[in-house]
Design a protein around this ligand. Structure first.
Ligand SMILES: [Zn+2]
Length: 361
């Protein structure tokens, strides 16, 4: 701590359901490879809500929030962009949700998100080594080993913040799906992940994108995000027969994590079809799949957890190029000042809101 160091403000998570605790602190000197960011904006991701509501264990006290963007205030000499080039004070940036050892075994295998000793933003107990590691604060210190990307000035804060979680995850799903051209795509779940999947699939020249959700309001949105057809999936309505009568599906992207929904629509998959799972990130029952179907129909089933840096690069390019074609901005329905974070979290719990944002100004 130095008396001449600049001050920081963090709204600290202490326990599920508790009010956030306002803490002022000093910003420590940067270590090798670190970057100090003044946070502009963060969005509340569903995993932040799981922690806040006690559905997922997370260490405390901590600074939640990993969908973050900001302006560089200082960078250590060795810090550089993913694509090369020095990071400069004043640059507007986004970064991967984790820092990792670039020379480690998992990184060499192409799955850096599974590295040992991963530092995940918004998931760490506050410590002297990591006093500012989350989004709901005035500043964030990026650890050595974080993949950092420059962000264009014309992308609004609300649109840019979810790039490094939601959109990068969908970019990873599309990478596993391989070529989408002329494919029929079924997107299960029309939350932010599902809407992103509709938009990216349509731009990747899918022949047709079909969206499914239990909520008709979200399906209306899916049509604005590139889906050509949208079906309510519920106990009383099962559009499987209609989807099958239209020739079936080449690719299913599941963002719902619902075993019921996956099992219901799997029969729509055609020969050579692919099922990509990204939504199943909570404890759930086993999925029932007939192995003979997998064999005879030559299906491929892949899962994706978090993503690789190439996926974040793809998602960033996608949003920078297409953010005006789709109404991404209205997915963040309300923004709150950092000090009003309690109100932001209680608002975000209402499923009417796809995302709620927190601004730091
Ligand atoms: Zn997230």
């Amino acid at each position: 701590m130095h008396s001449d160091s600049p001050e920081s403000l963090a709204m600290v998570f202490t326990a599920p359901g508790e009010k956030f605790e306002k803490r002022n602190g000093f910003i420590p000197d940067l270590q090798t490879g670190e970057v100090l960011v003044r946070i502009s904006y963060s969005t509340i991701c569903s995993s932040d809500l799981h922690t806040y509501c006690g559905r997922r264990h997370s260490p405390a006290p901590s600074i939640l929030g990993h969908e973050i963007i900001g302006i560089v205030e200082a960078a250590s000499e060795s810090a550089h962009y993913y694509s090369g080039g020095a990071i400069q004070k004043g640059d507007r940036i986004t970064w991967a949700v984790y820092a990792y050892d670039h020379k480690g075994e998992m990184a060499k295998m192409g799955v850096p998100q599974k590295s040992a000793d991963l530092f995940k933003y918004g998931h760490h107990q506050i410590s002297n080594e990591a006093p500012l590691g989350g989004g709901f604060a005035s500043h964030c210190i990026l650890k050595k080993g974080t993949d950092i990307f420059r962000l264009n000035a014309d992308v609004p804060n609300e649109v840019a913040a979810p790039i490094n979680c939601t959109h990068a995850t969908i970019a990873g799903a599309l990478r596993l799906a391989e070529d989408l051209e002329n494919k029929k795509v079924l997107v299960i779940g029309s939350g932010m992940l599902g809407l992103s999947a509709c938009a990216m699939s349509s731009i990747a020249r899918a022949d047709k994108v079909i969206a499914l959700d239990q909520n008709p309001e979200r399906l209306k949105l899916a049509l604005e995000f590139g889906a050509e057809a949208a079906f309510v999936s519920s106990a009383t309505e099962n559009p499987l027969a209609e989807i099958q009568s239209q020739g079936g599906i080449d690719l299913i992207i599941d963002t719902s994590g619902s075993p019921d929904a996956i099992e219901t629509f799997l029969p729509a998959l055609t020969i050579g079809g692919r099922l990509i799972l990204v939504g199943s990130v909570f404890k759930q029952r086993d999925l029932q799949i007939n192995a003979e179907d997998i064999v005879r129909k030559l299906w491929t089933i892949r899962g994706l957890h978090n993503y690789g840096p190439q996926d974040l690069a793809y998602a960033l390019n996608f949003i920078q190029e297409w953010h005006e074609k789709f109404p991404f901005q209205k997915l963040v329905s309300q923004s709150f000042a950092l000090e009003d974070i309690d109100e932001a979290f209680s608002t975000a719990q209402n499923p009417e809101h796809i995302r709620v944002g927190v601004r730091n100004n």
